[in-house]
Design a protein around this ligand. Sequence first.
Ligand SMILES: [Ca+2]
Length: 163
Amino acid sequence: MKPLLYVSILLVACGLSGCSSDDGGNGPDPDPIVIADLAGTWDCTQFLATSTENPQVQFELISMGGALTVAVDVHGAFTGLASFPDPDTGQVFEVPIAGTFSLASQTRLTIDFAQEIPPLLEDETLDFTLNGNTMTLHNEVTTFDFDFDGVDDPAEFDAIFVR
Ligand SMILES: [Ca+2]
């Protein structure tokens, strides 16, 4: 009986490791990300520009009362709504947005807006991660006009989206 039991345990163990091989480890590589994996409705929870010259200088849209939501189809086309509070009056402007996401690589996402809204929503290719229902975007070298003097300032950009 004992040898049979061991064989059974071995079979179960092999079966389990076979099932989990998609998670990495010694199994085959995980399935590559395809654009359809981005399909869904995403809410932005962080939209942060940080000054390269002085990291204490930041602009974060969501904490200011802004919002950004995009609905993405299986081809990467998106439509959505961006809300920007006027820093002086607090009045919120809502702007419909549209465009296309495409994968430049497994770690780089290209955003092509139908109509750019500088300085916040401009065509870019950024580092991205997709982990379940959380997507992060990062751009090491970009610009943002922190002091609103009409001159772009060097910046890093980070965003988090949840669906
Ligand atoms: Ca500036």
